[in-house]
Design a protein around this ligand. Structure first.
Ligand code: ADP
Ligand code: MG
Length: 682
């Protein structure tokens, strides 16, 4: 018997050339091949009569061949072969093109199953073109259809997988028997055989359930083990809690939620094992102050802290905020981003290594190899969803098991946070600072655009500032990487020479030089710009309380959560703010979707709607999350299975954290395989 982990080349008929084509499809071992699941199935189990079969969709018809094959040359190189089939009541034509072998394969008077689309030729006369067919007494029910690659077709995969299944013997199981019994799961052997060659529709759905469960279970076991693994001893325990002292530095009183989060974190940081926590809170809930309290505690207890933000703009802003918070305390703050000059960089790196700088704020520039700390005890990552798991880890590895806090403003449905943040403890800021007013939101048609702008003008004339967020242009086209810039420049030019002539307008887009961005943001924050025309670069974290009005063009092109994030740029002071969403799409569903933003400011509710409407892509990003690829990603929305697997994994690891014992060999092997890209478990 062949090992399931054997190389694909061990299979008969797989030479070097085929192996290369298979490898391109991600298939290197027999196990990879067996995990290459059908895209869909041709259902031969439900055979129609000619009269009752639906038109224009793939169906299976049971009928006798009722005539000889007629050969007809249409033109040079194009010959049709057609014949009639009948089920005893109706007659239908079947036609093949340039396929002279059908005649010899089909026998007049015998019964077959024909699989294909039926079209009508008028006057009740129906026809099927190039159907697949098998003898009526064959046992085939659901025939797998595999994703094609340019070099390998579905039939090739079907044959190869059938041959592999014939060679491997019983496929070992990776889900322990106790878990299988608890959740009534079929064995892996049954599941793999049935997902490729279903014995019945029922067994197929059981197989799919088992395979979904397996994939999520492996993921959850992997994440739980990461969590356990990170519980090493740390040298950075808080000897004394300085939170009270920090509060006295603040110009405001902390909310109850902020206090609770700080208490969660300081407890972690005093425990002797590294904190590994996610701080989740809607935009404007005050995550920065929480992180500042921890930084203060870390520095007062004698170790360094680092804060990493995803963009230059945010890093600058944090730098300013922390410098303000800590002025007069003797805490030294440094900044390290792409736009810092080489000379300054060198100085800052020296001061970090010597311990002269207590807190470094920056972009991913601070995880570069040559950045060395004297004693990094706390690593904070802001807007975590913008970074992958690996980048998050990179900051942590700059110290000897430092405490890590990741902050995210993207409210994530619980289901998904169990997946994305399965390795973290979670604190939630579910309370807004007092005096904060809800931002009024209106969805308006494009023809009200002028009125919306008039409203903006009124606010500017009263001394406030505003944002206009640029329409999203179709950027699927990689040939046109500049479209973001073009769209914003166009709008900026239109407005500065038109409706907002004489006002102080600013322009901000992603591809701008870091220095320019910095300059524009500084001017906006200082009140030297009235109206900022921007793309979604302002989405994360930007904090200018005097900006109280925002117009978002082509709002229908954005996801709800993204709109919610954008909207969070206003309503940051104690004045009532307004957000106007412009859409020229008359479609009722679109209006209803945007209407959710009119009716609620609860980020979690909005996130749930987004998950329902758009799937998980918006939350985990396609490439950035750093988690292993899940083949059946639609399962991410299968909250039931996510929860089941989460609890099953926790229960298993609680009793046996190291997964000792022979019955767990397969499980460990598969988990390691899943996390093999940079996340290997011991
Ligand atoms: P986010 O959670 O989106 O990162 P920030 O930390 O940027 O939010 O806080 C948003 C604004 O609220 C900032 O201007 C901050 O100074 C202010 N803020 C934070 N906490 C409080 C509080 N407890 N009371 C009043 N204002 C606060
Ligand atoms: Mg923030």
């Amino acid at each position: 018997m062949m090992d399931v982990y054997a190389s694909i080349t061990e299979l008969k008929g797989v030479g070097e050339k085929r192996a290369r084509s298979l490898s391109k499809a991600g298939i290197n071992t027999v196990n990879d091949l067996l995990s290459f699941y059908p895209r869909t199935y041709l259902d031969w189990s439900r055979a129609y009569g000619i009269g009752s079969a639906p038109l224009n969709e793939n169906v299976c018809v049971r009928a006798f061949v009722g005539s000889v094959v007629r050969e007809h040359v249409i033109r040079k190189g194009m010959t049709t072969y057609s014949f009639d089939i009948t089920d005893g009541r109706d007659v239908m034509a079947v036609t093949f093109f340039n396929n002279k072998y059908v005649g010899s394969m089909l026998k007049t008077g015998e019964e077959y199953l024909f699989y294909g689309k039926i079209t009508t030729l008028g006057r009740g006369y129906k026809s099927m073109t190039s159907p697949k067919f098998v003898k009526a007494d064959s046992s085939v029910a659901l025939k797998p259809v595999y994703p094609q690659t340019s070099e390998l077709n579905s039939n090739y995969f079907e044959k190869l997988i059938a041959s592999a299944l014939g060679n491997v013997g019983v496929i070992p199981d990776c889900i322990p028997e106790s878990v299988r019994n608890d959740y009534c799961l079929m064995s892996r052997d049954d599941a793999i055989r049935n997902i490729h060659f279903p014995a019945s529709p029922d067994l197929l759905s059981e197989a799919k359930r088992r395979i979904s469960f397996e994939e999520l279970f492996l993921l959850q076991v992997g994440l739980s083990r990461l969590k356990i693994k990170s519980r090493k001893a740390t040298a950075y325990s808080l000897e004394k809690d300085y939170s009270e002292e920090f509060c006295a530095l603040l110009p405001f009183k902390l909310t109850g939620a902020q206090k609770r989060a700080i208490a969660d974190c300081t407890a972690d940081m005093s425990s002797g094992v590294p904190m590994n926590r996610l701080l989740q809170g809607d935009v404007g809930s005050g995550k920065t102050a929480v992180s500042a309290a921890l930084v203060y505690n870390a520095v007062r207890n004698g170790f360094q802290a680092a804060i990493m933000a995803p963009t230059e703009v945010l890093a600058r802003q944090h730098y300013n905020t922390f410098t303000r918070f800590f002025s007069g305390t003797g805490i030294t703050v440094g900044i390290l981003t792409g736009s810092v000059s080489a000379k300054e960089k060198r100085e800052i790196k020296d001061k970090l290594a010597s311990g002269e700088i207590n807190l470094i704020v920056g972009t991913h520039a601070i995880i570069q190899k040559d950045v060395v700390f004297r004693n990094l005890g706390l690593a904070v990552t802001d807007e975590q969803h913008r970074f992958g798991v690996n980048q998050r880890g990179a900051l942590g590895s700059k110290g000897k098991n430092p405490h890590t806090l990741v902050m995210s403003a993207t409210p994530i449905p619980r289901t998904l946070s169990l997946i994305i943040y399965g390795d973290l403890d979670i604190s939630i800021l579910d309370e807004m600072p007092a005096g904060r007013q809800k931002t009024e939101t209106y969805v308006v048609d494009y023809d009200k655009r002028e009125r919306a702008y008039g409203y903006v003008k009124k606010h500017i004339l009263s001394g406030y500032q505003g944002y206009i967020v640029c329409p999203l242009v179709d950027t699927d086209d990689d040939e046109e990487p500049d479209s973001e810039r073009k769209a914003s420049v166009k709008l900026y030019e239109e407005l500065s020479s038109g409706f907002f002539k004489g006002f102080r307008l600013g322009l901000l887009y992603g591809k701008m030089k870091a220095d320019e961005k910095k300059e524009i943001m500084a001017q906006f924050a200082a009140g030297d710009i009235d109206l900022l025309i921007s793309t979604t670069v302002i989405e994360v974290g930007v904090d200018v309380p005097n900006a109280v009005i925002m117009v978002i063009e082509n709002a229908d092109c954005f996801g709800l959560s993204q709109l919610h994030q954008l909207r969070g740029r206003v309503g940051r002071g104690d004045v009532k703010s307004t957000c106007i969403l412009i859409s020229d799409i008359k479609n009722g569903q679109v209006k209803e979707r945007l209407g959710i933003l009119e009716s609620t400011t609860d980020g979690f509710k909005i996130a749930d709607e987004d998950l329902k409407l758009r799937g998980p892509g918006d939350f985990i990003g396609s490439r950035q999350h750093g988690l292993p690829d899940l083949k059946l990603t639609k399962m991410l929305t299968d909250s039931e299975t996510v929860r089941e697997t989460h609890y099953a994994a926790e229960k298993l690891l609680k009793n046996n954290p190291a997964l000792e014992g022979e019955e767990y060999t397969q499980l460990k092997k598969r988990v390691n395989e899943m996390f093999s890209k940079g996340l290997v478990l011991n």
